[in-house]
Design a protein around this ligand. Structure first.
Ligand code: ARG
Length: 252
């Protein structure tokens, strides 16, 4: 009889604890910051956050068993939000830089990128040297802003939203936009009067940023990224957004 009671209690404890564990797991919500003006990595369609970065983080959350709560904000607000704990993670085509790595953790690289110059067709601007004496539009706080701010003889105009920078080029307020090449190419595809010129100005890697308060989350993100790289999910998502252009592809 006593044995039966003990067994019964043990079963109860097991059911309760595993049920509880599942419950706790299902409840793990990670707040992820995103700036949805960076197509095709993140954009908004019919009020929904979509894009390569979004699919990738959703795939990671699936293999690692957490839920994502999307928080849309301006790019330059992402790192402060990670520091104050408003969000725990940010995915925003964010370039891994030593300065940023001092204040946030970065996952392993998930996309190879670089900056390029976008001009109106017929422009005399062909490369970086030609930007001297010109007005160049950039997005505030991005690697393009950081790079061009160090160069002399360029008049920089900084915009919070990259679309305002592109509009400034369109209405001839600026002679060029310097921004991440995949996003410039995306704009070029839909606006036939502009083109990317010259070589890439930089080689950059995108990483998922994680709050320094959360080293465990960094491990989860890296594990998840490794799993989706191995099981083919990453490649499938990559092909969906970038077709057979392998320039950004990460293989391990
Ligand atoms: N890769 C650039 C940087 O890290 C630009 C990223 C902009 N991202 C965005 N979601 N608007 O500075």
């Amino acid at each position: 009889m006593l044995r039966k009671v003990v067994l019964f209690l043990a079963v109860c404890a097991f059911v309760f604890s595993s049920g509880f564990a599942n419950f706790a797991k299902a409840k793990t919500v990670v707040k992820v910051g995103v700036d949805t003006t960076f197509p095709p990595f993140e954009m908004e369609e019919y009020g929904k956050v979509v894009g390569f970065d979004v699919d990738m983080v959703n795939a990671i959350s699936k293999v690692e068993g957490f839920k994502v709560e999307w928080h849309t904000m301006d790019f330059q607000g992402l790192i402060p939000a990670l520091q104050t704990g408003t969000i725990q993670m940010a995915v925003a085509g964010m370039t891994i830089t030593p300065q940023r790595a001092k204040v946030v953790y970065f996952s392993k690289p998930y996309y190879h990128s670089g900056l390029s110059i976008l001009v109106k067709k017929g422009s005399s601007v062909k490369d970086l040297a030609d930007l001297k004496g010109k007005t160049v539009a950039v997005k505030l706080g991005t690697t393009a802003d950081i790079m061009l701010s160090k160069m002399k003889g360029i008049k920089l105009e900084r915009f919070t939203n990259i679309n305002d920078a592109y509009n400034q080029l369109q209405n001839s307020g600026a002679q060029a936009v310097v921004f991440d090449n995949p996003v410039n190419l995306n704009y070029q595809r839909t606006h036939k009067n502009v083109q990317v010129v010259g070589k890439l100005l930089t080689g950059e890697n995108y990483g998922i940023a994680v709050s320094k308060k959360d080293p465990k989350l960094l491990k989860i993100v890296n594990d998840g990224l490794e799993k989706i790289l191995k099981n083919g999910t990453y490649l499938k998502i990559y092909r969906k957004y970038f077709g057979d252009n392998d320039a950004g592809l990460i293989t391990k």
